[in-house]
Design a protein around this ligand. Structure first.
Ligand SMILES: *Cc1c(COP(=O)(O)O)cnc(C)c1O
Length: 383
């Protein structure tokens, strides 16, 4: 992996050897369900059936592997399908220590599906490695973290988790959606598995749902491939192509969105109706140092508290440029109300402990002009 990440966003590690000899610049969409065989036991291309593998999806997987420094990547129909496949690696009775501040859909997956399958989750504040260490029992099989977390932007030390995982024979799983491989590579810090919602920064245009599992070795790679083939949530050729196209501009998008986010975070801090701004790029963020040590940037997700719930509701109703919608990481700035949207299914006591309340708003800063974004929030915050 000699070339720099901006180059790998465009080309992957290598020019593709997968396409058909017509030398296209844009990798073709292999819109086919199946591939012909020449004779029993011999199919020239190595592709059989698109649920199992497809050249367009494989090309995308190669590009994402190259960005994450992974031995293998599997592309799924959504981030949740990717996370679901990862939890299939475990057996009844296995315990997993998790960040308590997780994407709400993952908490719902635990409660609705994984528990029924006998998995047990121990939620702790993983920003302090002592909490993680104390939660490990002899049934623990993995540590699962998000950093920065969603929506309260807590930063967990990936290397310290990796050390705990190594000492106790556990898998370290990191959801890297918020910073994307452009800013953070957990596998290089000792993680075993990285999960992405590709619906966010990777595709980047608020137009595609997708997910990825990136792994550090061949053994895990074939296990995840087999799970994908078996459970059947592999990304379609067309959506694979869309995500691949999105990734070509990942570097420039991440840089500009971060620049916009820094301006917005600084402005929000000065606003009388904003009581607290949570952004890992602000020096007073408790995870500032840890994030700076393990990531190359601070991203473009900001959470903030306003003085009361009326103000929060007013902002959501009055924004004109910024869009009141779920999701993040795309070209359009989106504002979210975590309490009733992304984190609606998180149990109430957990929401309270994490500070997910009526005055918390989350914004994904897009590619618009920063002054326009600020002006829109300024008018929305007015009485
Ligand atoms: C969106 C998201 C997911 C789920 O991904 P989908 O593509 O929506 O299924 C998981 N983790 C994080 C951090 C997310 O933001």
């Amino acid at each position: 992996m000699n070339s720099k990440i901006e180059t790998r966003c465009v080309h992957g590690d290598t020019r593709s050897s997968l396409n058909d000899g017509n030398r296209p610049i844009s990798f073709p969409i292999y819109q086919t369900a199946s591939f012909s065989h020449i004779e029993p036991g011999h199919n020239k291309s190595g592709f059989d059936y698109t649920r199992e593998s497809n050249p367009t999806r494989r090309r995308l997987e190669e590009v994402v592997s190259s960005l994450e420094g992974a031995a293998g990547t599997v592309a799924f129909t959504s981030g949740m399908a990717a996370a679901s496949a990862v939890f299939e690696l475990f057996s009844p009775g296995d315990r997993i220590v998790c960040s308590e501040d997780l994407y709400g859909g993952v908490v719902r997956l635990h409660n609705l599906v994984s528990r029924k399958n006998g998995l047990v989750f121990d939620y702790v504040d993983t920003t302090d490695p002592r909490n993680t260490a104390n939660a490990i029992t002899h049934d623990t099989k993995a540590i699962y973290i998000e950093t920065p977390s969603n929506p309260t932007m807590r930063v967990t030390d990936i290397k310290k988790c990796a050390q705990l995982a190594r000492e106790n024979g556990l898998l370290l799983i990191v959801d890297n959606t918020f910073l994307s491989p452009y800013f953070q590579n957990p596998l290089s810090l000792g993680a075993d598995i990285v999960i992405h919602s590709g619906s966010k920064f990777l595709s980047g245009h608020n137009d595609t749902i997708s997910g990825f599992v990136c792994v550090k070795d061949e053994e895990l790679s074939s296990r995840i491939h087999l799970l994908s083939k078996t459970t059947g949530a592999a990304l379609s050729p067309f959506d694979s192509w869309l995500v691949m196209r999105g990734i070509k501009t990942l570097a420039v998008r991440m840089e500009r969105q971060q620049e916009n986010a820094k301006k917005l975070a600084e402005w929000l801090e000065t606003h009388p109706k904003v009581t607290k701004v949570i952004y890992p790029g602000l020096k007073d963020h408790p995870g500032y140092e840890t994030n700076a040590a393990q990531a190359r940037g601070t991203g473009s997700m900001i959470s903030f508290y306003v003085i009361d719930k009326e103000t929060a509701r007013r902002v959501l109703e009055k924004v004109r440029l910024v869009i009141f919608a779920e999701s993040l990481g795309g070209t359009e700035s989106l504002i979210t109300y975590p309490l009733i949207q992304t984190h609606a299914d998180v149990p109430d006591d957990m929401k309270q402990r994490l500070g997910i309340n009526e005055t918390l708003l989350r914004i994904s800063v897009g590619l618009e002009n920063a002054e326009d974004i600020i002006a829109d929030l300024a008018q929305a915050l007015e009485d």
